[in-house]
Design a protein around this ligand. Structure first.
Ligand code: HEC
Length: 324
């Protein structure tokens, strides 16, 4: 009992660590002296919970119980409104561009563009990408010119004030599937297919999420009803998505002969979308490498110079010579 009182008295575990066998704390015990360092008097030891007046005991106990109860209640309420547990979180996939110094896979970007153009572009716009952005990334300039010329662009007015159509140019932006969001909703059962330019930055999980979403469609579990026109996808918040499964095995034929399995198609389109959202990706990592190499030389040099310059100040001795 006496030992317990000492702990209560000192308020820290320090007393426990260097507490002498007998309660008498010797004066020589530096840093662990209790009170005035002398033996514990009855007055000091009596400052414990047990010796408090009844009213204070009741008040303190009530305070403790109420605080614990309120904390517990708040925690339970917080848990009950957390619906995110019902969502499946995408795993971390080993993307080839994950490393600190690894660039994007540009053949994958090229295939991903093909997937976007042949599959996703039927519903999704990419309004921040122009054909010229592809030059030197996934296609050569003449290839992109040929791609751009496939589309019709409304231009004008001409000298008679009429609008006219012309073949696309490098400077034109990707064509949109719908003239406005209302038309897009009307064609997709009320759901708006979002613009894909920055989608991997706009969703938690980035390309891991988009990959899981594209490949994650499955039958709803027993007891789960999916509304007409919606599809079950455990990765989508709410599990019911308005996008029909867009890709499957052999949904298209890659021009470079890569087998177009579902996961390959999803991986390529995700790499393309990562590049679209972060076109500076490779440049950023190259700059990082340059910075690391530069600082490997510069930092030791600067450190050496600092030691050199400060050596006089650091090694001097200031002495007081009293006047004779
Ligand atoms: C038939 C039209 C259609 C096609 C084709 C299509 N999508 Fe969608 N997509 C939609 C619609 C509609 C939504 C909105 C779904 C919703 O909000 O319920 C959507 C939503 C999305 C989302 C956003 C999901 C979210 O978290 O909000 C992503 C990412 C996406 N699509 C990627 C793609 C990719 C990549 C392709 C091509 C492989 C593609 N889509 C092809 C119609 C389509």
């Amino acid at each position: 009992m006496a030992a317990l009182r000492v702990v209560v008295l000192s308020g820290t575990g320090r007393a426990l660590l260097c507490m002498p066998k007998t309660i008498k704390a010797p004066r020589s015990h530096q840093g662990c002296t209790l009170g005035d360092g002398g033996p514990i008097t009855d007055k000091q030891a009596s400052m414990s919970f047990a010796s408090l007046p009844r009213s204070k005991k009741v008040a303190l106990t009530a305070f403790g119980v109420l605080t614990t109860g309120a904390t517990g209640l708040a925690l339970m309420l917080q848990q009950s409104v957390k619906a995110s547990d019902l969502e499946l979180h995408p795993p971390n996939f080993p993307w080839t561009h994950n490393g600190m110094l690894s660039s994007l896979d540009h053949s994958s970007i090229r295939r991903g563009y093909q997937v976007y153009k042949q599959v996703c572009a039927a519903c999704h716009s990419m309004e921040y990408l122009a054909f010229r952005n592809l030059v030197g990334v996934s296609h050569t300039e003449s290839e992109v010119k040929a791609l751009a010329e496939e589309i019709e662009v409304v231009d004008g007015p001409d000298e008679s004030g009429e609008m006219f159509t012309r073949p696309g140019k490098l400077s034109d932006y990707f064509p949109k599937p719908y003239p406005n969001p209302e038309a897009a909703r009307a064609a997709n059962g009320g759901a708006l297919p979002p613009d894909l330019s920055y989608i991997v930055n706009a969703r938690h999980g980035g390309e891991d999420y988009v990959f899981s979403l594209l490949t994650g469609y499955c039958e709803p579990p027993a007891g789960v009803e999916v509304r007409e026109g919606l599809y079950y996808n455990p990765y989508f918040p709410g599990q019911s998505i308005g996008m029909a499964p867009p890709i499957y095995n052999e949904v298209l034929e890659f021009e470079d002969g890569t087998p177009a399995t579902m996961s390959q198609v999803a991986k390529d389109v995700c790499t393309f979308l990562r590049w679209a959202a972060e076109p500076e990706h490779d440049q950023r990592k190259r700059m990082g490498l340059k910075l690391l190499m530069g600082s490997a030389i510069l930092i030791p040099l600067v450190y050496y110079m600092k030691r050199h310059r400060w050596s006089v100040l650091k090694s001097r001795k200031i002495a007081y010579r009293p006047p004779k």
